[in-house]
Design a protein around this ligand. Structure first.
Ligand code: TZP
Ligand code: MG
Length: 212
């Protein structure tokens, strides 16, 4: 692992993802999660009532300020224009979004690029340009309408066996009790929406993940 892969792998340890659809009070939820040990944050603004335009940008800037104050990378899902405009730390894309090569050209070599992958072919294509891959859904999820088939840690294990140094984060329906297996099977960390954002006590939920 080179130093930058090492840093990314470490920061993937507890990757919180959230949009306004996932939390009643987004800023409060994210600040609490940051206080309690989240190591990376992704703004993923989706759904019927999603913010767009100036409101989305204002929310992104507020979240970015929060993340900076906790020294946590601030990643934007899909929206490369917004990421460029506000100088986010990186972009995360899925297979249905812009091509990884194009996104890399736009954001330059120093920003993080994460790509969601579901097959070894997608991994091979992604790693030409990506800094890390997201693999899932590990478990059933209610947080993504067009989620692919649940795959446990099968692909995580395969990818780790082939690419020893690639930063990997597992995603999808992850609860604290799943974390040790996901890490043992080769992921550097876990990406979580609902187990933190929908928890009755966001601080306690985050701490449960963070102490693992
Ligand atoms: N990609 C695969 S599963 C998923 C995404 C964005 C949703 C994860 O959310 P949750 O609530 O942690 O299952
Ligand atoms: Mg996407």
């Amino acid at each position: 692992m080179n130093p930058s892969q090492r840093t990314i792998a470490e920061q993937l340890r507890l990757y919180f993802i959230c949009g306004t659809a996932n939390a009643e009070d987004m800023l409060q939820t994210v600040e609490t999660a940051l206080q309690c040990g989240v190591t990376c944050f992704q703004f993923r603004e989706k759904g019927k009532h999603a913010l767009y335009g100036d409101k989305k940008e204002a929310m992104a800037r507020a979240l970015q300020t929060l993340c900076r104050s906790y020294d946590v990378p601030f990643i934007i899902n899909d929206d490369v224009d917004l990421a460029e405009r506000i100088d986010a730390d990186g972009v995360h894309i899925g297979q249905d979004d812009a091509e990884a090569a194009r996104v890399r050209e736009r954001i330059g070599p120093d920003k993080w690029l994460g790509v969601s992958v579901h097959t070894l072919e997608e991994v091979a294509a992604a790693i030409e340009h990506a800094d890390y891959v997201g693999i899932g859904p590990v478990h059933p999820t209610n947080s993504k309408e067009d989620a692919r088939a649940v795959n446990g840690t099968v692909l995580i294990r395969q990818v780790r066996a082939l690419y020893r140094e690639l930063p990997i984060v597992g995603i999808g329906g992850i609860l604290p009790e799943h974390v040790s297996m996901i890490r043992n099977d080769g992921a550097d960390g876990v990406a979580v929406i609902s187990a933190i954002a929908s928890a009755p006590d966001v601080a306690m939920a985050t701490r449960r993940f963070a102490c693992l």
